[in-house]
Write a protein that binds this ligand. Sequence first.
Ligand code: GTP
Ligand code: MG
Length: 576
Amino acid sequence: MAASVWLRGFKAAGRQLRPRSSHRRGRGSSVEVASLVDGSQEPDLHENTIAKSFSAVQAARHEQAEHTILISCPPNVTQKKFYTYLASYGLIKKYFFYETFGIYALVEFSDKESIEAIQCSSTIPSLRHECAVPFKSRFFNLKNNHLGSLTATHSSVPRLKQSVIPLNELLQKLSEAESIDEQLYTVLKESQLTEENTRLRFLVCSLLKEIAGAYFPECSIKPFGSSVNNFGKMGCDLDMFLDLDSIGGRNSTKPEGTFSMEYQTKRVASERVATQSILSVIGECIDQFVPGCTGMQKILNARCPLVRFSHQPSGFQCDLTANNRIAMKSTELLYIYSNMDPRVRALVFGIRCWARVQGITSRIPGAWITNFSLTMMVLFLLQKRSPPIIPTLDQLKDQAEEKDKHIIDNHDCTFVSDIKMKPSQNTETLEELLQEFFEFYGSFAFNRMSIDIRKGKEQNKPEASPLHIQNPFEQALNVSKNVNQTQLDRFVTAARESAWILQQEGLKHPKANPWGLTALLLPNSKLSPARSKKRRRQPASERIKFLLDSLKPNKQSTDCLNRPNGIQKFISTVAQ
Ligand code: GTP
Ligand code: MG
C-alpha cells in the first residue's frame, strides 16, 4: 500500500511520526510510478482501499486487470518510444516497467478495444526448430523491427523491483528509526505489497481466467489470502481460486410452469471429485498453453485440492484451488480487521518478520506455525486488550446487515462488510503491544486452551493438538493442526526470550546498537528449521550477553559495535 495511506492511518491514530522516509523514492513507491501515469486523472485505487469495502476493491481491481496487458521488453527499450508506440493503440491509463528475469511492462488501457487492436496486429512467432502453440493471450513480446528505432544503446526506463527487501537493508533502516513504534511501521512500509505488485497479481489471475474461461466462460479466478487481505508482503505466494459458483443457473429457485429445461451434465461422485477433475484439466492447460507458467504440480489429494506452478514473468509462486469460498471469507475478515486500526497491520507485519527471522515460520510446508496462524494470534491479543483494539467476530456478526448473510456449506460466515465502528479507545503504543504479544504467548496455557477470535476469549481445547487456533468459520477445525510440540516450544521459547530482551532498558534506546526490533531480528540458527545441526550458534543466554556487552563502551570484544559504522558490520554478520 502506498506510503500516504500508511501515514494517513498513522495520523488517524492520533500519533506523531516524522515521515522522513515517506518522501524518499523507495523500492516500488507509487511516487515513481506516478511520473509514468498518463491519460485520465482518476484517483489511484490503492489510495482508496481504506474507504472501500473488500468486494468493491476486488471488483475494481478485476476490471482494471481486464484492461491491462503484460509486455516483455527488449533490454534497451526507451520509455518515450515505448509510450508513443503503445499509445497509437489507444488511451493509456497507467503503465510501469519492472524487472524480474528481464524487463517487463504492465500497461493499462482505457478501453478493451485497444487491447483487441494489439491482438489483431500481433503475430504468432515462427520458430526455426520449435513450434509455437498459437494461444493468443494478453502477454506479448515487444519486438524491435528496425534497430535503433524503438530502443537505445542503454535502457533508461525506471524499473521497479518486485522482490522482498533484503534483511540487511531492512536492519539498516530500522537502526535509523527513533522508536520501536517507528521501527514497526518501517517494517510494514518496506515489506508490504506495492500498488504495482498488487496490479500484477490481479493481472496474473486475469490471464489465467482466459484459459479457464475457454471451458467455463462465466467463471472467475480470484486472488485470496495475503495477496489481498492487506497482510501480504513482497514475495508472498499468489493464492487463487477458480470460482465456478458465479456460473448462472446454479442453485436456481424452483421453476414455475409446466416445463423447464436443465443442462445435461456429467455426473461425478462428489463435489471434491468434480473439483479434482476440473483442476487437473485446467492445470494441464495452464502448463501446456499459458506462456510463462512452468513447474506445474498437481496436489489433488490434499484436503483442499490445488495445482501449484510458477509464473515466471511476475516471479509469483501460484496456488490455484477451486470452490474455496470459505477461504475468501476469511480473507475478507482479515482485510476488515486490517483496516480498523493502523496498529493491526504494523504489529502483524512485525511479528511475521520476527517469526521468519527466528525460523518459526518457513516457506516450506511442514510442522511450523503459518503466517495465517500468527495473524490469528495477533488479532486475538488485540481483542483481549483493555479496552479492546478490535472487536470479536461475534460482534462483527451482530452488526451484519441482510446483504452480509452468508452460509457456506452449512457454516455461518456472516459478518458486517461495511464497517462503521468508532475507533478504539485503546491508546497503547506498538512497543507496548509487541511486549504484550511476547509475554502473553510466552506464558499462554497452550496445553489446555484454544485461541478463538470468534469469541475473543480462550476456550477449553477440544482436541489434543499442541496448538489449537479455532477456524473462525469451520468451527470444528483447527487452523494450526499441522504444528507439532517441538515447533510450538520453539515459538514459546523465542517469545519469552524476546519479551526478556524488550524489557532491558538499555536495548530500548535508539542510541544502543543494536536496539529495539533490530535486537529481536537476530536470526537464530538454534531455532531455525532450515539450518543444519552442525552449525550450532551460541546459546540464547550468550547471545543476550553479547547484546548487553555491546552496549558497554570501550570493550575490545564488542569493538565493531561501538564504532560509528559498527551497525554495518553487525548487520553484515547477521545477514550471513
Ligand atoms: P502467506 O502466503 O504466508 O503470506 O499468508 P496467507 O495468509 O496467504 O496464507 P496461505 O497462503 O497459507 O493461505 C492462504 C489463505 O488460505 C489464508 O489467508 C486463509 O484465508 C486460508 N487458510 C490458510 N490456512 C488455513 C487453514 O488452516 N484454515 C482455514 N480455514 N483457512 C486457511
Ligand atoms: Mg499465501
